[in-house]
Design a binder for this molecule. Structure first.
Ligand SMILES: Cc1ncc(COP(=O)(O)O)c(C=O)c1O
Length: 498
């Protein structure tokens, strides 16, 4: 390896009298020297320890200066092993001065990024949120205005398990849904998504199996896999997870727990009936396997509600999960877990390692919203609005996408549509984006690498008057994908006959 460049001739003198920190002074001197060619590309800089001694500064100063140069793309190397000059112009430095992709964890290498939020100009059936017009903005604004007058709310962190006022409000709300609980059994989380990570951290060790529906919410799969779980999907029918297949997987894999979304499942929108729920509880009780029940869509039934697994559970098998994202506002980033006390102690320990507690301000806003009766008044309106959107979407699909096959969802946000033969969800997602409408290809929800022939359409995300235009655009995208296929099938057979 080349001997380190002698930087004595650089004449750098730290100037403690100016406001700029010494590491930045050094970084500037070095980058100037690199820019003008006094330090050439390929030169090895002295080790941080030796250079620090020579300059009479601390080693961390030199480390921080080198880090600046690395961030500019001028240096490559690792702390303690010297560093090589790899470019002389930050604007033309190689894009990946740090080999970030090689540093990625096993989880990060496997997961693809999730888009957060909408794409401007697109009509969105892709995002799983309520359109802003479905959010109770006035009631939330009034509550938030009151809360910011309260000095405690503005200055004190919430307790680890959540704000007592929110516990009380949730206990009342849950009781109306047949779930009897107490403050010692509730944990407030940063959205349901954090709840899934809390569960993963509390219960999963690398190599443990977790069983879920296939397809399912990919955020859950990612959270469990990040903790090292082997996630295994079980086939579904029109009512959700197939009980026989589930039992077979419990016997074979002995999973740590199963994860189910019995009401208005993401992505299929399916609703598990009462008999099926009882059967699943009976099977899990026999195998002594806990159930993580996601109830994040459970309050959005257009007809009569089916009782949650938690409300039917007499043996303490179920960890129940709720969220404010899907029926109040995603901006609150609030979710909750309801679990037997012993499980809750583990969950609280895991939560403490993630963020100590959930923001007190949004908790106070939601507590006020629930307690004031605004939630009870708002829910029927959201359900009605969602039902109207579902009807508008189905009417528009009948007119513009006659090749799609689907069941009419009885609640929640999603319609799961089967595509004509040979077309994949992935292709339609891309073709739809090109037409100015976003949909979610089914692949992202699969627990394996199979190809999905479905798309998920969220009728809650667009404005009501965008639904027809969205379906028209989708129809055009489907025709394009079909034509491409017919072309390649024709081409394929032409080749075959040669
Ligand atoms: C089943 C399920 N759980 C959790 C989430 C994330 O919810 P939150 O916004 O509360 O983190 C989603 C989002 O689509 C979901 O479908």
């Amino acid at each position: 390896m080349a001997t380190p460049t002698d930087l004595a001739g650089l004449g750098f003198q730290p100037d403690p009298t100016i406001a700029e920190p010494i590491y930045l002074q050094l970084a500037t001197a070095l980058s100037d020297a690199i820019r003008v060619g006094r330090i050439v590309i390929g030169a090895r800089l002295p080790s941080e320890r030796r250079y620090a001694q020579a300059l009479g500064v601390s080693r961390t100063t030199v480390t921080a200066a080198y880090q600046e140069l690395r961030a500019l793309g001028l240096l490559r190397g690792y702390v303690g092993r010297g560093a090589i000059v790899i470019a002389n112009d930050p604007d033309r430095a190689p894009a990946e001065a740090i080999p970030w992709s090689q540093l990625a964890s096993r989880f990060a290498r496997r997961a693809s990024p999730t888009s957060a939020g909408g794409h401007s100009g697109l009509i969105s059936f892709g995002d799983g949120w309520l359109h802003p017009s479905l959010t109770p903005r006035a009631a939330l604004a009034a509550g938030a205005a009151r809360i910011v007058q309260d000095s405690d709310a503005l200055t004190k962190a919430a307790p680890l398990r959540g704000l007592p006022a929110l516990h009380d409000a949730l206990i009342d709300t849950l009781r109306m849904n047949g779930v009897k609980t107490s403050p010692g059994e509730i944990l407030i989380t940063g959205g349901a998504q954090q709840g899934l990570n809390v569960i993963a951290r509390a219960f999963i060790s690398p190599g443990d199996a977790v069983v879920c529906e296939n397809p399912t919410w990919h955020g859950a799969v990612r959270a469990f896999r990040a903790a090292g779980a082997e996630v295994v999907g079980v086939a579904m029918d029109h009512e959700g997870v197939d009980p026989d297949a589930l039992e077979e997987s419990l016997a074979r894999l002995r999973p740590k727990f199963i994860y189910l979304i019995p009401s208005f499942q993401c992505p299929t929108g399916r609703l598990m009936g009462l008999q099926r729920r009882r059967r699943i509880l009976e099977i899990c009780a026999r195998y002594r396997t806990p159930i993580v029940e996601s109830h994040v869509y459970g309050d959005l039934a257009f007809g009569e509600k089916v009782p949650s697994l938690k409300s039917l559970d007499s043996t303490g098998l179920v960890i129940h999960q709720g969220s404010a994202s899907k029926n109040v506002s995603a901006a609150l980033r609030l979710g909750w877990l309801v679990a037997p006390r012993l499980a809750m102690d583990l969950l609280a320990t895991a939560k403490a390692s993630l963020d100590l507690s959930t923001p007190a301000l949004t908790q106070a806003v939601l507590a006020g919203f629930l307690k004031s009766g605004a939630y009870a008044r708002h829910q029927p309106k959201v359900r009605e609005a969602l039902r109207a959107r579902r009807d508008a979407l189905i009417a528009a699909l009948a007119g513009h996408c006659p090749d799609l096959r689907y069941a009419s969802p009885q609640g929640g946000l999603y319609l799961w549509a089967q595509l004509p033969k040979l077309i994949s969800g992935h292709e339609v997602e891309a073709a739809a984006a090109a037409e100015g409408v976003s949909v979610r290809g089914g692949n992202s929800f699969l627990t394996d690498d199979a190809t999905s022939s479905h798309i998920r359409l969220c009728y809650a995300a667009p404005a009501l008057d965008e639904i027809l235009a969205g379906a028209q655009r989708l129809g055009k995208a489907l025709r394009t994908a079909l034509k491409r296929h017919r072309g390649s099938v024709a081409l394929g057979s032409a080749f075959a006959s040669v």
